[in-house]
Design a protein around this ligand. Structure first.
Ligand SMILES: Cc1cc2nc3c(=O)[nH]c(=O)nc-3n(C[C@H](O)[C@H](O)[C@H](O)COP(=O)(O)O)c2cc1C
Length: 336
């Protein structure tokens, strides 16, 4: 049973990964938010910093690339290889309209012929093993089977599957009912991703799907940073550990970002942190709407001083149905 930290653009950057890994155990791999090469010889300074060995010292990191052009992809893999990384991940699942309209992310799932040319090329030339993060398909869940037939022909190091189609975005139910058939068809180590928000849900998932040895978790782990540690038999989240995690993130962003950027970053993180508290709709809203660092901190103080942690813990939001909240969060993030 292994747990990976999912990539989340604007959240799980290198400082976040360091702060998390210094405090909590259980994450076997951290995936970087996607690098999106647009010219053969260019990564932005921000992208380079996020994958620099210094910023990620001692962390088990897998850089993720979003590209549909094999030359751009390979050029980026070579740079990552030169930096010392030992594996890369190909993003074939991002559902954002701005991404799929360019034929990237989940947009790669609309034409399996074109995808096979891309994969032939990158698997021939890549100096590093490649894992793939994808969805069931574009329109219908059953599209996963022809996709698997194609992917089975390449030496993927792992296949990470978000069990929704692109059409679903992040709404509706993940199609976990297909997972056992998928595991039978898939020749690669299979990693499940989607909606694992509590240690109970994770343990139940692994028990129900013994053929799947690893899960990638995003929002659940940002919210409860001790989730992987707890699932693997370590201690559950405490209020003190959560406050220390919050304060370390706050101190880092205050020191390194301009105030509006640190406020934006902390409002996003604070929303996940607030989801651990019972009945905390008021501070949750105050955190989301805070216009200054002072009002943000006052809302966080109210949260930690006045509200109990949920029992059992689990990522939920301020009373909105889970599916709705999930969709809103992801659409906001991707369309930003
Ligand atoms: C704010 C945000 C940013 C994301 N950025 C990325 C990304 O850069 N690359 C990627 O493959 N997925 C990205 N995702 C999707 C997550 O990696 C993950 O697949 C999704 O949140 C579902 O998993 P979860 O239910 O455990 O959160 C992002 C999700 C969120 C909420």
């Amino acid at each position: 049973m292994q747990i990976y930290f999912a990539p989340m653009q604007g959240v799980t950057d290198a400082p976040f990964r360091r702060i998390h890994a210094a405090r909590f155990t259980g994450v076997a791999k951290y995936f970087t938010p996607f690098i999106s090469p647009t010219q053969t010889d260019n990564l932005t300074n921000k992208e380079l910093r996020d994958v620099s060995p210094k910023e990620n010292a001692g962390l088990p990191v897998v850089p993720q690339i979003l590209a549909k052009d094999a030359d751009y992809f390979i050029h980026t893999v070579r740079r990552l290889h030169d930096l010392g990384w030992s594996e890369v991940n190909l993003n074939m699942g991002c559902p954002a309209g701005t991404v799929t309209a360019k034929g990237k992310g989940a947009g790669m799932l609309t034409d399996l012929n074109r995808l096979s040319f891309f994969l032939d090329d990158v698997f021939t030339r890549s100096p590093l093993p490649i894992s793939v993060k994808t969805r069931l398909g574009w329109e219908r869940p059953e599209e996963i089977f022809p996709l698997l037939d194609l992917l089975n022909g390449y030496p993927l190091s792992e296949l990470i599957l978000h069990a929704r189609t692109r059409r679903q975005l992040y709404g509706g139910q993940a199609h976990t009912e297909l997972l056992d058939d998928i595991a039978t068809h898939c020749r690669h180590p299979l990693v499940y991703n989607g909606d694992l928000f509590s240690s109970e849900a994770c343990l139940c998932f692994f028990e129900s799907h013994p053929a799947i040895g690893a899960a990638m978790i995003g929002r659940g782990l940002v919210s409860d940073p001790a989730l992987a540690q707890h699932v693997l038999g370590g201690s559950a989240l405490t209020r003190e550990a959560l406050l220390d995690y919050h304060d370390a993130l706050f101190a880092y962003y205050m020191q390194h970002f301009q105030p509006p950027a640190s406020l934006g970053r902390m409002r996003e993180l604070g929303k996940y942190i607030a989801a651990n508290f019972h009945g905390a709709a008021k501070p949750f809203r105050q955190i989301r709407k805070a216009k200054s660092l002072e009002t943000y901190l006052a809302a966080v103080r109210l949260l930690f001083d006045e509200y109990p942690l949920r029992d059992p813990l689990g990522f939920v939001t301020d009373g909105r149905p889970a599916g709705q909240a999930v969709t809103d969060d992801l659409c906001d993030a991707f369309e930003a």
